[in-house]
Design a protein around this ligand. Sequence first.
Ligand code: TRP
Ligand code: MN
Length: 471
Amino acid sequence: MNPGRGTPRFAQYPACRDPENLVAPEAGTDAPWDSWRSREALQQPTYPDAQAVEDVTTALRRQPPLVFAGEVDDLRTWLGVAGRGEAFVLTGGDCAETFAESTADHLRLKIQALLQMAVVLTYGASLPVVKIGRIAGQYAKPRSSDMETRDGVTLPSYRGDAVNSYEFTPEARIPDPDRLLQTYHHAASTLNLIRAFTKGGYADLRMVHHWNRGFTQNPAYARYESLAEEIHRAVQFMQAAGVDFDSLRDVDLYSSHEALLLEYESAMTRIDSRNGLPYDTSGHFLWVGERTRDLEGAHIELLARVRNPIGVKVGPTTTPDDLLGLMDRLNPEGEEGRLTFITRMGAGTILENLPPLLSAAKADGRPATWITDPMHGNTITSSTGYKTRRFETIMEEVKGFFDAHDEAGTVPGGIHVELTGDDVTEVIGGSAKLDDESLQKRYETLVDPRLNHQQSLEMAFQVAEYLRRDL
Ligand code: TRP
Ligand code: MN
């Protein structure tokens, strides 16, 4: 098999899709990955009732896995391929998913936006695009402060729907472990919808491309029309040549989230009977945030012990030593695809801060996959008081990412963005020229500002233009 093409073959893994082959340890016995419990665990909710937490995690351990070990292995392989420059990764979705917005309509639009971006990137890169949703599990958030004060009233901070409710009342803000079970069920129904869409004809390349043509017919986006036209001719050519129907019709869309709540992640971990190794079955790809990536901390301890591909967010204060420490902890053997660094430097400083990390990793020699998160280093407050980001600044960081890798002789492996399929007004700029005033029209995020559907597509067209330059 040409490693950069096609889909990794599931047939290699006869047991992988069989949930009975993923077993949880008996209640009361220590699992090998329970070692995180003796480490310091930052950003965990303080639950008032320890017995209730115990009951919930016992129930979670009895639930079927949300994702399967063989799929997790496939994604790890793909991330390795992207690390070598033979595929490109697209990760996108909400900053924080909410239970209320886990509706068919919201999810459909979000999946649609991701797929539309993926088509454009596949054409631009002339490479397979590894599609990962920030979806079906992204319900918990780290916070800078445990408490929030409004008009003299102080309550626990909102930590995401997996923990408490956004509503600013004492009852709503008490962390409730039952929300971990609700998290499981929302993730399950979201994954069910994803599987139906991506295997049921809804993700057909020809249909997704048809949506894109609608986008470029909008005069604001006329500059992308010629690229869309090229894609159109390519699609027609494939169709005329009788290209295999299934590969145009189906898509693998993987799920990812920040592995923040350790009780949840460890209760969702199962031993795969094929190889006797633990997999965190809450999602395919799990990342650890800037605030919780301490080398001796509980998060790294848990993730070091599961077989999933792991991402680590690295910001501008990361030193080359931090980076090598993460490689030692999470990927000592240097397995391809195991470790992804998701860089979030800030557009103004990426060309200073990223190159030393790239050189250190290159000199070390163990492989890593590099993805840019151009959102989190570029958050500002608008003149109208909204937490926002500027589209042009986000694109500047993406460009800096490509330039830094060019310079260092390393591989820019993909992008990680916060987006929604809805027509919100949370990020300013772009060809539709959203300004500070327009933010108030439809500002819906509970946490960070997201690219709307059109801005997401515009980003894909611009990134496709960069990628084409590299050919
Ligand atoms: N199966 C191919 C892939 O996943 C082609 C494809 C079908 C596709 N539908 C798509 C690509 C939607 C992007 C978006 O790459
Ligand atoms: Mn965010």
